[in-house]
Design a protein around this ligand. Structure first.
Ligand code: G6Q
Length: 545
């Protein structure tokens, strides 16, 4: 499929020219010229309110965004995704995470088969299992109820579950201890099982392929750890369940395939937290709350699918990211949730955004001649304010920010919440409007200090507001970013759903393992740096021994 190169599109060229005009304008001027800008440049969907007025855009920018979307065929591509077309070209797969949250009666076909009943069959099985753990009906090998659940997985089989558990911890069954192991570093495993009683511990081995080195290494260590106490191999069936698409490997590991929760090749790892990969989430918060989260995802899917682009949240956010990345050379986006429960949200988004759009070739294999995915990063406010906000306010880089805040706290405590939220509004205001030299001088600041105390402003941000952190809102937020990533990928003409960039390092590591482990000095054939590092490591290990 050969498309017109992006930079040759009329709307792209128009945006290039337009960016030079906008580049000379300050947000102060734009607000001064339009008293209603702060109310006008907002959009609302489901339970999310988006204020995008503090962006370096005007009405023309917005119409050019739409013109570019038309030229890129965004609406057709969106329809193709929802329909189940194999839009993940390099892996020849459909991309149907939206089917994971489709209502029971929906019909979505992949290769002529309606997948919605399959999705709901797994959800029902998960619900029955989660309930048996939560109620204590499911007992371990020695008859004790399960009190600890340890999810073993990595990447898409870890980041979503950890983030969702933290985000919805308020709704979780507090008697259950939830832990997560991802890193192949033995310390991760050791700390995750520290203080746990194997008789009361359930491991969920979450791996789409059931071959991932880190996960399988941790799963084998977990089996050794559990059997050291439980002694009998039959205990595996009571203390291990699997989330996977690979029944043969699951059975080989010793897990009863009756306790395997499946998903499908049309669910990408980083898009799987609402598939069976969410089993730990469901055990923590219960099936009903999990359904509420799915309803939130679905509501945002429907918004993205049907709302006019001018009011379409994922479209607006996606285009803003394209705008700053491709036309203003912004290299990063900061995601700043003002809710402690969202502390893992930026880490989750890093995979969603960067593994999806960190690509340098187009779908038809051409090297791009524009920047693609920016670096996403962030920390919950207000901690970030006392750490890296200095650079956002007064550094030399342009860093668009997404502020996320709520009207109500799940833990009302004195005036904590108003203090917290005052910072959201204040930070966005300070970034946009800054503080002029005149203002600083008028405060009586000594001349030499004036430049240090001046804030240029004109630094863009979105503010996303919701009532409070609920399962529905979490689903909406995640789907908002999923679809924003999709919009960016369509414009940049890349495959947002493969991840070939993670392969090379994995292959090289497998080659190096025996070179680290062999008793005899191996013949090393790497570059001189890698050879020397391996030799030094081996020498250091010998010294320790
Ligand atoms: C995500 C990627 C990747 C994947 C992990 C774990 O989109 O595919 O992060 O989730 O590599 O893979 P398994 O689930 O197969 O262990």
């Amino acid at each position: 499929m050969t498309k017109t190169p992006l930079r040759e599109m009329a709307a792209w060229k128009a945006l290039e020219t337009h960016a030079t005009t906008i580049g000379t304008k300050h947000l102060r001027e734009m607000f001064a010229a339009d008293a209603r800008r702060g109310e006008r440049m907002t959009a609302e969907a489901c339970g999310l309110f988006l204020d995008y007025s503090k962006h370096r855009i005007d009405d023309q920018t917005l119409s050019l965004f739409q013109a570019l979307a038309d030229e890129c065929g965004l609406e057709d591509r969106r329809a193709a995704m929802f329909r189940g077309d194999k839009i993940n070209l390099t892996e020849n797969r459909a991309v149907l995470h939206t089917a994971l949250r489709a209502p029971r009666e929906a019909v979505i076909e992949v290769d002529g088969r309606n997948v919605v009943p399959d999705v709901h069959a797994v959800l029902d099985k998960m619900a029955a299992f989660a309930e048996s753990i939560r109620s204590g009906v499911w007992t371990g090998f020695t008859g004790k109820p399960i009190r600890n659940v340890v999810n073993i997985g990595i990447g898409g089989s870890d980041l979503g579950p950890v983030m969702a558990y933290e985000a919805l911890r308020h709704y979780s069954q507090r008697e259950l201890t939830m832990r997560f192991v991802s890193n192949v570093d033995g310390s991760d495993f050791a700390e995750a099982v520290h203080g746990l009683d194997p008789e009361e511990t359930l491991f969920i081995v979450s791996s789409k392929t059931f071959t991932t080195l880190e996960t399988m290494t941790n799963a084998h260590s977990a089996r050794v750890w559990a059997l050291a106490r439980l002694k009998h191999h039959d205990a595996v069936a009571k203390h291990f369940v699997a989330v996977s698409t690979n029944a043969a490997e699951v059975a080989k590991f010793g897990i009863d395939t009756a306790n395997m929760f499946g998903f499908w090749d049309w669910v990408g790892g980083r898009y799987s937290m609402d598939a069976a990969i969410g089993l730990s989430t469901m055990i923590a918060i219960g099936a009903e709350n999990f359904q509420r989260m799915l309803a939130g995802f679905h509501a945002m899917d429907e918004h993205f699918r049907t709302a006019p682009l001018a009011r379409n949240l994922p479209f607006l956010m996606g285009m803003l990211t394209v705008w700053y990345t491709s036309f203003f050379s912004a290299e990063t986006v900061a995601v700043l949730p003002y809710d402690n429960y969202l502390k893992r949200f930026p880490a989750y988004l890093q995979q969603l955004t960067m593994e999806s759009n960190g690509k340098h070739v187009t779908l038809d294999g051409r090297r791009v001649d524009y920047q693609t995915c920016p670096i996403f990063w962030g920390e919950p406010g207000t901690n970030g304010q006392h750490s890296f906000y200095q650079l956002i306010h007064q550094g030399t880089r342009l860093i668009p920010c997404d502020f996320i805040g709520f009207a109500h706290s799940l833990n009302p405590l004195g005036n904590h919440h108003d203090l917290l939220m005052s910072n959201v509004f204040a930070q966005a205001e300070a970034l946009a409007f800054g503080k002029t030299t005149e203002q600083v001088k008028a405060e009586g600041t000594a001349d030499w200090l004036v430049p240090h105390r001046t804030f240029e402003g004109n630094r863009p941000s979105s503010v996303i507001l919701a009532e409070k952190m609920t399962p529905e809102i979490l689903g909406q937020l995640v789907a908002l970013y999923e679809h924003s990533v999709f919009v960016q990928g369509v414009v940049w003409q890349i495959d947002s759903f493969d991840q070939w960039g993670v392969e090379l390092g994995k292959v090289l590591a497998v080659r190096i393992i025996p070179e680290l482990e062999s008793a005899a000095e191996p013949e090393l054939k790497h570059d001189s740096s890698t050879n020397a590092l391996i030799r030094r490591y081996r020498a250091m290990r010998r010294k320790q021994a």
